[in-house]
Write a protein that binds this ligand. Structure first.
Ligand code: GDP
Ligand code: IMO
Ligand code: MG
Length: 426
């Protein structure tokens, strides 16, 4: 049995797509457990870029089964569009996709409400993909699930109830309440075309694990965006942390062998919310440009800052990380000084912990490192890194107290220093 979770250890966009793609070489199943089309996971193969939002990042490897668990929220039109794009590339993704019949569905009114709210003063900078309102419906027990597309009459009745509940909200936000028929029509064809892919994905995943298949659980978003443990209320609406793989897929915690946390050698955040190590000015512009830090879903410029080690320690604890894959080291090349936040000064004194709810009153304490000028994107072993880069990487590892399994030095599959392989070693 080998169940390995890949989880974002920061605010998302840590490079999960790339690392999942690398590990998929050894995996039989890739299972998404949370989030929806708010995710944007980038794969770069032979210089060709491919961004997936709902389809798991294993899809480019020709034999892995790709699963969307029931903790995810699915926009049928987005999923069908992605499958068509992959088909146009000569792949046959439908043969390898299984989608939880109990996954909740994002419909047009979710996207409408998300967009209307984001136009008000209480905007938090969501991706406007309807993800939050869809999870709200799920918790309110009036959500629509993919299995509901089996009967148009049932679906219509459920949509009518949901629209009744959302109408006052839409009106108060100045929007126009859509007709039930228009909502059903909009999603019907896409929903129908997904029916052949529907499955009991919890059972399927458990059987795979029992059959000693290698299962990779692909996280979306990141620890600091988790609805329970992130920088609330500037978070997403699902359980992004590793524990979310068990609830989101429907497997027991004893099935997990290893958890890999993904972290950039610096930090980014897209959307609003506290970001204590945030940088502005020429260094920020340089990191943003060299690192191509623009949202893969929305194209928004990502906010950038120095690596936050208290936040990483928090992620190690919350996810029970066995190792860290440190990405985008190459982006720091050419900076005169590299900084790492090692602690926070708080009104109560200095702490090495991450004060998730009180960041506004905290000041980061930094350790400074001399930069390195060499291009490191061709390094394939730690010994090929310049001393300054290696010192920085080792410092992060020791300060956080978690071994590194990967150091990523470029977006390509091969631009990777692999130190250990949780699926191979499990
Ligand atoms: P995800 O959401 O965690 O999958 O990450 P995204 O795909 O949204 O953003 C990560 C971006 O960094 C993508 O454009 C990747 O191609 C790119 N990337 C991943 N690893 C590296 C790396 O080590 N170096 C560089 N320069 N780019 C990387
Ligand atoms: P991946 O999987 C980065 C952020 C949004 C916003 C907040 C809530 O690519 O790492 P939502 O649309 O979920 O209601 O937005 O969460 N966010 C992400 N930021 N990467 C993501 O996914 C994100 N998914 C959501 O920017 O701040
Ligand atoms: Mg992303």
């Amino acid at each position: 049995m080998a169940g390995v979770i890949i989880v974002g250890a920061q605010w998302g966009d840590e490079g999960k797509g790339k690392v999942v793609d690398i590990y998929t070489d050894e995996a039989d199943y890739i299972v998404r457990y949370a989030g929806g089309p708010n995710a944007g996971h980038t794969l770069v193969v032979d210089g060709q870029k491919c961004v997936v939002r709902l389809v798991p990042s294993g899809i480019l490897r020709r034999d892995a089964i790709c699963v969307l668990g029931q903790g995810t929220v699915v926009d049928p039109k987005v999923l069908v569009g992605e499958l068509e794009t992959l088909e146009a590339k000569g792949l046959a993704p439908r043969e390898r996709m299984r989608v939880a019949e109990r996954a909740h569905v994002i419909l047009s009114y979710h996207i409408l409400v998300d967009g209307l709210r984001e136009a008000t003063a209480s905007a938090i900078g969501t991706t406007k993909r309807g993800v939050g309102p869809c999870y709200e419906d799920k918790a309110a027990r009036r959500g629509i699930r993919l299995r509901d597309f089996r009967s148009r009459a049932d679906l219509t009745a459920r949509v009518a109830k949901a629209i009744e509940a959302w109408s006052p909200v839409i009106v108060a936000l100045g929007g126009q309440v859509p007709s039930v028929e228009a909502v059903v029509d909009d999603a019907w064809a896409a929903g129908q075309s997904l029916l052949p892919l529907l499955a009991d994905t919890a059972a399927l995943t458990e059987v795979a694990l029992r059959d000693r298949k290698r299962v990779l659980f692909e996280g979306a978003q990141g620890t600091l965006l988790d609805v329970d443990h992130g920088t609330y209320p500037f978070v997403t609406s699902s359980s992004a942390i590793a524990g979310g793989a068990c609830t989101g897929v429907g497997i027991g915690p004893s099935r997990i062998d290893s958890v890999v946390g993904l972290a950039k050698a610096y930090c980014t955040r897209v959307g609003g919310g506290p970001f204590p190590t945030e940088l502005e000015g020429p260094v920020a512009d340089r990191i943003r440009t060299v690192g191509a830090e623009f949202g893969s879903v929305t194209g928004r410029p990502r906010r950038v800052g120095w690596v936050d080690l208290p936040a990483l320690r928090y992620a190690v604890r919350l996810n029970g990380l066995d190792s860290i894959a440190l990405t985008k080291l190459d982006v720091l090349a050419g900076l005169e000084t590299i900084r790492a936040c090692v602690a926070y000064d708080t009104p109560e004194g200095r702490t090495r912990d991450f004060p998730a709810d009180d960041l506004a009153s905290c000041t980061p304490v930094y350790a400074d490192f001399p930069g390195f000028s060499q291009d490191v994107s061709n390094a394939r072993a730690l010994s090929e890194l310049p001393k300054e880069a290696l010192d920085f990487v080792r410092f992060v590892e020791i300060e956080v107290g978690c071994p590194l399994s990967i150091v990523s030095v470029g977006p390509g599959r091969d631009q990777t220093i692999v130190l250990s392989h949780p699926l191979r070693d499990a």
